[in-house]
Ligand binder design. Structure first.
Ligand SMILES: [Zn+2]
Length: 351
């Protein structure tokens, strides 16, 4: 990774302008404005700055924490979170891929400790940090009581929701913030998160993650998987899953965006079923398919469909979906000329 690329990464996670160095618990922290503020802070911005990056004994950044939205994780998981919120942001997904791929900093690259550590941390996965920590991501079912609905909001009806679907997916409503709520459950039916869809007309931020749920750990729809089915269908969005399921298509799940994590792959592989990449017909979808294929390389488990350009699973009829699935074939890696997708100007515009 050269210096320019590293600068892009630092910019992309929102570190620009002032960095505030603070002393805490015998260690130096760096505070930045939370790059997730747009999605996770009530005001949609952060001027405090609320996000703190702490350093380990070697002077490398280890933990990222936001005091406003309570994001907790590593720098890699921060990038992944941003990718999830932006939904199909190919620039950021490409950046993550490149960061993962380019895991060496040459001795000639002049970087200060902060930059070097930042890069090392991003290049690692966050498996270790979060391993054994999943207990704290379980919530009591009564947390959902305040979102209970007696009748479907107009928006849900317009989107084709029936009462039966709302019941199955435990659809709720956040009256205060005008959001439809979708609980996330793991394979054992534990409540592990809650997503909210803003139903104002033309909302700035469509999806909101309640309780700081680490979505990258889970698959939406996993609690309804049929282990004896022929395959698992992986989509990008929650509404895609609900759409497919309501059409009687077996085993749709989603990865909450176009970035599939190691955790999600591990979860998928436990079932030993072929995986059909059913991502959107755009660059984000192709990147997601490539990544999925690469991560289970050699397993010959990833199949793909010819999703029409510009379409996503939510647009398709049962006949179209059935045809795509019956014409599934072994996935072939598509070369996207990744370098061309990363454009510094695009990254700048995002903040
Ligand atoms: Zn925050």
């Amino acid at each position: 990774m050269d210096k320019i690329r590293l600068t892009e990464v630092i910019r992309a996670i929102g570190i620009k302008g002032k960095l505030k160095v603070t002393k805490g618990m015998n260690k130096e922290n760096i505070s930045i404005c939370c790059p997730l503020a747009k999605w996770r802070h009530e005001k949609g911005s952060d001027s405090r700055p609320s996000m703190s990056i702490s350093f380990n004994d070697k002077g490398e950044p280890s933990l990222v924490h936001c005091f406003s939205c309570h994001f907790n994780g590593t720098l890699l998981s921060l990038l992944q979170a941003m990718s999830t919120y932006r939904g199909g942001d190919t620039t950021l997904d490409t950046l993550i891929k490149q960061v993962e791929k380019n895991d060496k900093i040459t001795a000639t690259t002049k970087l200060d400790n902060f930059q070097r550590g930042l890069f090392d941390e991003i290049a690692k996965t966050d498996e270790q940090l979060l391993a054994g920590n999943t207990k704290s991501f379980q919530w009591d079912d009564k947390e959902l009581d305040r979102f209970k609905i007696t009748k479907l909001p107009e928006y849900a009806i317009r989107r084709g929701f029936t009462s039966a679907m709302a019941k199955l997916w435990e659809l709720g409503y956040d009256r205060k913030r005008h959001r439809l709520t979708f609980p996330i459950r793991d394979d054992k039916h534990n409540l592990v998160g809650l997503m909210g869809r803003d139903i104002h007309p033309d909302p700035k931020i469509k999806w909101f993650a309640y309780w700081n749920c680490p979505k990258g750990f889970y698959l939406y729809g996993e609690h309804l998987l049929d282990k004896s089915a022929e395959f698992i269908i992986v989509c990008e969005g929650m509404l895609d899953v609900i759409h497919l399921y309501s059409l009687g298509i077996k085993n749709p799940i989603c990865i909450f965006g176009s970035y599939i994590t190691e955790h999600q792959i591990q979860r998928l592989l436990r079932y030993g079923l072929p995986i059909i990449a059913f991502f959107d017909g755009d660059e984000g979808g192709t990147l997601a398919s490539n990544r999925l294929n690469k991560m289970v390389e050699g397993a010959e488990m990833v199949l793909s469909v010819d999703m029409p350009d510009g379409k996503d699973p939510g647009d398709l009829t049962k006949e179209e979906i059935d045809t795509l699935i019956s014409n599934r074939k072994l996935y072939k890696f598509k070369n996207l000329e990744l370098d061309k997708l990363v454009n510094v100007n695009i990254i700048d515009q995002l903040f």
